[in-house]
Design a protein around this ligand. Structure first.
Ligand code: ADP
Ligand code: ADP
Length: 228
C-alpha cells in the first residue's frame, strides 16, 4: 500500500456566494521514501493539497488515506495523533519561537505531545546533531543564519520520527547555496526512508526530487518520475 493515497480529492472554498475550486478530483499516491516536488502557478492548489495531506484541513469530497487508513474515519484525537506521530512540517519562514533557543524550539513540541517522548532533551539534541547544528543548540533564531534556522525547523519536524515530511517552499527565503544545502539534507532524509513532499517554484530545487508533479487549475497537469 502507498504511504499516502489521494482519491478523487476535491476542495471547494465558499467565498460568499461564489465557489472557488482549489482542487478538482486529484488522484495521486506517494510511496515510502519518495521525494516529490509539487510545482505550478500561484493559486493552482499546491498549498491546499499539502494542507489536506497534513490533515490540517478536510476535503470537500474524495478521500485521503495514510498508511491505508482513511482520514475521514479518524476521530479528532486520532487525527491529532497522526499529525504528531506521522507528519512533520517545514515552512518557508521557518516558524520558530524567536525567544527560545534552538534546543528549546525542538524540545517544546515533544514535551507537549499527547504521547510523550521518554527523554525530550536527548531526542532534541540528537535531532539538532542530525542536521549539523550540534554546536549551535543554545543559539536563538536571531543568532543563526537563514539556513541554520531552517535546519532547526527540520530538526523540530524530525523529532517525532515522522514517516512523512511536508515542506511548503522550504528554500523560498534562502539564497542559492543555502538552498542546495537544505535540499541535500532533505534528499538524505528521503534516502533514509522518509517520504518528502515539497512545494517549490524553483526548477533547480525541484531537480533534487525523484518526482515532479505540476498542478494547474486544481488538477495534475504532469507527473514525472526519474531514476533516483
Ligand atoms: P497555491 O498553493 O498553488 O498557490 P492554493 O492551494 O493556495 O494554491 O489555492 C488554490 C485556490 O484556492 C486559489 O484560488 C486560492 O485563492 C483558493 N483558496 C486557498 N485557500 C483558500 C481559503 N482558505 N479560502 C478561500 N479560498 C482559498
Ligand atoms: P502560497 O504562497 O502557498 O500560495 P498564499 O499566500 O496563496 O500562499 O496563501 C496563504 C494562506 O492563505 C494559505 O493558507 C491559503 O490557504 C490561504 N488563502 C489563499 N487564498 C485565499 C483566499 N482567497 N481567501 C482566504 N484564504 C486564502
Amino acid at each position: 500500500t502507498p504511504l499516502i493515497s489521494c482519491r478523487d480529492l476535491t476542495k471547494v472554498y465558499r467565498m460568499g456566494t461564489q465557489d472557488v475550486y482549489a482542487l478538482r478530483g486529484v488522484n495521486v499516491d506517494f510511496v515510502q521514501g519518495e521525494m516529490t516536488a509539487i510545482m505550478g502557478p500561484s493559486g493552482s492548489g499546491k498549498s491546499t493539497l499539502m494542507n489536506l495531506i497534513g490533515a490540517l484541513d478536510v476535503p470537500t469530497s474524495g478521500e485521503l488515506l495514510i498508511k491505508g487508513r482513511p482520514l475521514s474515519r479518524l476521530s479528532r484525537d486520532e487525527l491529532a495523533d497522526l499529525r504528531n506521530e506521522t507528519i512533520g512540517f517545514v515552512f518557508q519562514q521557518f516558524n520558530l519561537l524567536n525567544r527560545a533557543t534552538a534546543l528549546a524550539n525542538v524540545k517544546l513540541p515533544l514535551m507537549y505531545a499527547r504521547t510523550p517522548v521518554a527523554d525530550p532533551m536527548a531526542r532534541a539534541r540528537e535531532c539538532l546533531e542530525m542536521v549539523g547544528l550540534g554546536a549551535r543548540m543554545d543559539h536563538r533564531p536571531m543568532q543563526l543564519s537563514g539556513g541554520q534556522q531552517q535546519r532547526v525547523a527540520i530538526a523540530r519536524a524530525l523529532a517525532g520520527r515522522p514517516s512523512i515530511l511536508l515542506a511548503d517552499e522550504p528554500t523560498g527565503a534562502l539564497d542559492t547555496k543555502t538552498s542546495e544545502e537544505i535540499m541535500d539534507l532533505l534528499t538524505g532524509l528521503s534516502s533514509e526512508g522518509i517520504t518528502v513532499v515539497l512545494v517549490t517554484h524553483e526548477p533547480e530545487v525541484a531537480a533534487y526530487a525523484t518526482r515532479q508533479i505540476h498542478f494547474r487549475d486544481g488538477q495534475i497537469e504532469r507527473d514525472e518520475r526519474r531514476a533516483s
